[in-house]
Write a protein of this length. Sequence first.
Lengths: 361, 389
Amino acid sequence: MTLRVLAAMSGGVDSAVAAARAAEAGHDVTGVHLALSKNPQSYRTGARGCCTVEDSRDARRAADVIGIPFYVWDMAEEFDREVVQDFVAEYAAGRTPNPCLRCNEKIKFEAVLERAVALGFDAVCTGHHVRLEDGRLRRSVDYAKDQSYVLAVLDREQIAHSMFPLGDCTKAEVRAEADRRGLAVADKPDSHDICFIADGDTAGFLNRRLGSEPGPIVDESGEVLGSHDGAHAFTVGQRKGLNLGGAVNRRYVLSIEPVSNTVTVGSRDALAVDRITAERPVWSGCEPPAEPTAFTVQLRAHGEVHGCRAHERDGRLEIVLDEPATGVARGQAAVLYDGDVVMGSATISATSRVGEAAAAG
Amino acid sequence: MVYFDHAATTPVRPEAVADMTAEFGALGNASALHAAGRRARRAVEESREAVAEALGATPHEVVFTSGGTEADNLAVKGLYWARNGADPARRRILVSAVEHHAVLDPAHWMAEHQGAVVEELPVDGRGRLDPGTLRAAIERDPASVALVSVMWANNEVGTVQPVAELAAAAAEYGIWFHTDAVQAVGVEPVDFAASGVSALTVTGHKLGGPVGAGALLLARGVDPVPVLHGGGQEREVRSGTLMTPLLRGFATAVRLAAAERVEHAAELATLRDELVEAVRAVVPDARLNGHPTDRLAGNANIGFPGCEGDALLMLLDAQGIECSTGSACSAGVSQASHVLLALGADPDTARDSLRFSLGRGSTRADVKTLAEAIGPAVERARAARAKRR
């Protein structure tokens, strides 16, 4: 069946090959570059940044080669409101957000998808490395490049209007195919880091947005071990940058309390949690389990998976890990898998160890 | 394909193609002293005479440029430097708020880098600059004005300015008056001498000539400081090897455009009015932007309440109907039109409009095709706009 497909083209190699594959499959494809910044930079700096004038041109040239119409959609207002401001607010609340996930949830598969459907398109196609099988998301065959974690937030309706042509091949194969198709972006570096923080300095970006207020670094008993220049520079599990001096044993950030501007640190053992509560669950792969059910769960991007039992209660996802895990940060997604198929996703709101009261809510 | 973007560029006349093709096969740098050079020089000078005659100027008043943007830059920067250099008190550049970026941006650049003071004069809701507004701005301090630049007709909404009256107000105080007549030549009675302007921009590709050739007409005694320095061509005002083939094509197109203007403009205006009527019949709340009567014959700039112009453009493009949002692009990001904002639109309405510009080859069948496509397109664009709220 020929679908009217809107291919989101970032100017990178993945989205270019995805659009080419969709067109080759016989779909009626239109390329769209999303302009996410009101004042785009002229050039990329290494692997950082995106949506530059250069990226826009690369996307246009790829569309030319594929032979599809191409437009630029201005989504800068939506991106600032839904992604950038949310990112800042999450840090201000002591959580660790994933802006790529948020962008998929609110921009690519909400604002863009809704606009596309209203304009007569059937689906949005992207270059994400993920498989779509029988309405379920499944990890890419290239596990190192798999992006199912940042797409698991999509609900069934969003997935029904999505097209991910790249899940069955590796990144190396995508590059080779781009070269074969004559797409000039075949050798373009991968994007890393957060696209709207072009210099890669997340702490500096947050300081400019939130201001930085010095505050105490305390241990679990409340004893002050040192001070910091701004709590939002820290994330749970972080060890570097605490500057507590040699006398103190290795310490890790356990929690961040924005109201009192306090960073609590402790030993690696203290970092380990095995009970996780997560909010706003989305179940794309199965019905919400009312009783504890065995899954594997991924707790951060590119993180390892853990065995667990999980169920939904009062609109929240309750997870008990088979073994304690470290570096579990509020604000990150807990994504449940059955094998390599996505079952559901929710945002981590509290963690604790078995037998303890939940820390932070 | 239905092409309603003649204001962006319009097909090259076959006569111009034939002349350029012949000239591309000929040899000679028009500045060289030998026979081949003299032959090329003759072609350039005959082109200059043809352009001058078609536009009511003398050949000596024609300075060839690469097109409208270069001519506008030479006028704004060069005339400012000349006046300000002779009298440093002359720092004000008066422009209308609806000028093309080729005038606005050099003017603001002069303010940022050269100590100029730019005043954007407001227009009324139909896009017209009242000569009284210009006069009042001048009279606040006539001795401090370096130049005035007001376009002959607006490229987005098509409003025709009272150029002769505006130029007369400037002339009264001995102030140089430049006009960008890029959109006007070929449909409006552009007569350089009769208009009383000091400098006038014209370009080839808006009237059936090639892209890459245009001219700045400069009245006697109106001598800008050069922007391009080099071999001293074009009486030291605009250096650069003369592009003989393009100039021949430009001259042929200008000559034909002037000769056919009255009939052509009448035909375009009739077709344009039919287009507006046809669109309104399907979309009753569609709004004609600009002036109802004093507008370019081929221009229909129409607002579609509740739509985003770029969504409409995409939907029409998919049906083979080509038009423009008329707004500036940087990195392809459409901005709210500064022209519609100057006419009093709010930022949302300044993005809801499409410019349909007609020209040679536009037909009733084209209008009918648009009339059939516009209804469903507007419906979809409205649904998409509603989703963004």
